[in-house]
Design a protein around this ligand. Structure first.
Ligand SMILES: NC(=O)c1ccc[n+]([C@@H]2O[C@H](COP(=O)([O-])OP(=O)(O)OC[C@H]3O[C@@H](n4cnc5c(N)ncnc54)[C@H](O)[C@@H]3O)[C@@H](O)[C@H]2O)c1
Length: 447
């Protein structure tokens, strides 16, 4: 099949590359000329494990193409996937301007004949509020009377595991309005689904809602465990034990119940806000989702407060090392990364920050924060008055603690991801603070 993928970000590029890998002819169209030039050189513009290798394979096989030229991009797409961003706008509402701009481009391509396919199917893969796919149909239909269909096909991949998630999805959800969409999407997804990992067809509105309901549920689990972790902290319980006891209950399970700095990234924060927005628009307040969002935002500040309590007035003038800038491991994505808030709060209080991240240093630099970037995780610690951990990268799991102690001016660790076990660290002479496993405020007020 011939596919056009509009938007070559974390979702579009993975989608295009994976579909080309199952034998389709794929053209990735993006308006960012720099990004397109990078891809035309055969380079991958984002960090996603395995993506670069898969791109190379399919470029060499002549199945994967890139362009910023709309005429070429829309020429032969039987299925046109919209994979552009849908961020939270300045007014707090979902910014659908990129989706609608693409809808207009598609309308003009169909009307002008640049799109040579007789009846293309336009598939919204971007995460969009319920009713958006319908609006996309109206926009295109307002430009052309030629035949086309619209469908919604939300994406559930996780950055860091995107290739595996795409190739072995738990399920593929398609919101459709006609048989043509069903037929083409069935053919396209056939290599990826089976009885246990089904392809589901439903109406467009339900499909749009599935994505939000899923992300809101996962976000709720994260905020839930973080709220319990704060209570554990206060009452002297150990959240690791609490979690163990709680998650042994099969009704609860253990996924997305890891205490930490809360969720970040380009999905959970904005998708939770979009659910709240849908609630406001419909007059059905989404109180639970409002609380989920609030708890998440507070979590970073709660953590910083622990750092402030440890140093007291002496915080100004201290230098802290910080490990982990990405919003999660195995990605260079720093959108809504907790590290940003934490660094800003510490800088405000006169702290100097030396930061290390295995991958995300360059993407983080766009925030323009006045911090020093260090290329080596141990060198980053040299002369610092403590270490703050914001991302649980694999390389942090079993570090050389002796070397860390040698490098740090003071052996103090604030572990925002519960990467290590506190008993070991206390025995090795570290002051070690983590989430919900040490009564931070009690320890600090006592010291
Ligand atoms: N990132 C994720 O993990 C993830 C997972 C599931 C769903 N989603 C959803 O997928 C959508 C895309 O997310 P993303 O993270 O890939 O975004 P992104 O910001 O990484 O990429 C968007 C791309 O679209 C391009 N673009 C913007 N306007 C365009 C236009 N008019 N024509 C052509 N290209 C255009 C941009 O240049 C950019 O390369 C969002 O709705 C997001 O919520 C993201």
């Amino acid at each position: 099949m011939h596919l056009t993928i509009v938007g070559s970000g974390y979702v579009g590029l993975v989608t295009g590359t994976c579909f080309s890998n199952t034998g389709n002819q794929v053209t990735c169209l993006d308006i960012d000329p720099e990004r397109v030039a990078t891809m035309l050189r055969g380079d991958c513009p984002i960090f996603e494990p395995g993506l670069s290798e898969l791109m190379t394979l399919n470029i060499k096989a002549g199945r994967l193409h890139f362009t910023d030229d709309k005429t070429a991009g829309y020429a032969d797409g039987e299925l046109i996937f919209i994979c552009v961003g849908t961020p939270t706008g300045a007014d707090g509402r979902s910014d659908l301007s990129a989706v609608m701009a693409v809808a207009r481009d598609i309308g003009h391509a169909i009307e002008s004949g640049d799109c040579t396919v007789e009846h293309p199917v336009v598939v919204v893969k971007s995460t969009v509020p319920v009713g958006t796919t319908s609006k996309v149909r109206e926009v295109i239909g307002g430009i052309t009377n030629k035949p086309f269909s619209v469908a919604d096909n939300p994406e559930f991949l996780r950055e860091g595991d995107a290739i595996r998630d795409f190739q072995q999805p738990d399920r593929v959800v398609c919101g459709i309005e006609d048989d043509r969409s069903r037929e083409l999407l069935t053919k396209l997804y056939e290599p990826y689904v089976n009885q246990a990992n089904p392809l589901m067809f439903m109406d467009v509105e339900s499909s749009e809602m599935v994505k939000y309901a899923s992300n809101a549920m996962l976000a709720a689990k994260i905020s839930f465990i973080n709220e319990i972790a704060r209570l554990a902290d206060y009452y002297g319980a150990d959240i690791a034990r609490v979690r163990e006891g709680m998650c042994a209950d099969k009704r609860i399970g253990d996924k997305f119940l890891n205490p930490g700095l809360g969720y970040g990234g380009s999905c959970f924060p904005k998708d939770t806000l979009a659910v709240i927005e849908m609630g406001q628009d419909s007059g059905i307040p989404c109180l639970l989702n409002e609380a989920v969002h609030e708890v998440n935002q507070q979590q970073r500040h709660w953590f910083v407060n622990g750092v402030i309590r440890h140093y007291g007035d002496a915080l100004a003038g201290k230098t802290l090392a910080l490990w982990g800038l990405a919003f999660k491991p195995r990605t260079d994505d720093v959108r809504e990364a907790p590290a940003q808030t934490i660094i800003e709060e510490l800088l405000k209080r006169g702290t100097t920050i030396r930061a290390f991240d295995p991958i995300a240093r360059h993407t983080f630099a766009k925030y323009g924060l006045d911090i020093e970037y260090v290329d080596d995780m141990y060198e980053c610690l040299t002369g610092c008055d403590g270490l703050v951990v914001c991302t649980e990268w694999d390389e942090f799991r079993t570090p050389d603690f002796e070397l860390m102690k040698d490098r740090l001016a003071a052996p103090v660790i604030f572990d925002g991801r519960n990467v290590w076990h506190d008993d070991n660290l206390h025995e090795q002479g570290f002051a070690y603070y983590s989430i919900g496993r040490r009564p931070l405020h009690q320890t600090c007020s006592a010291s």
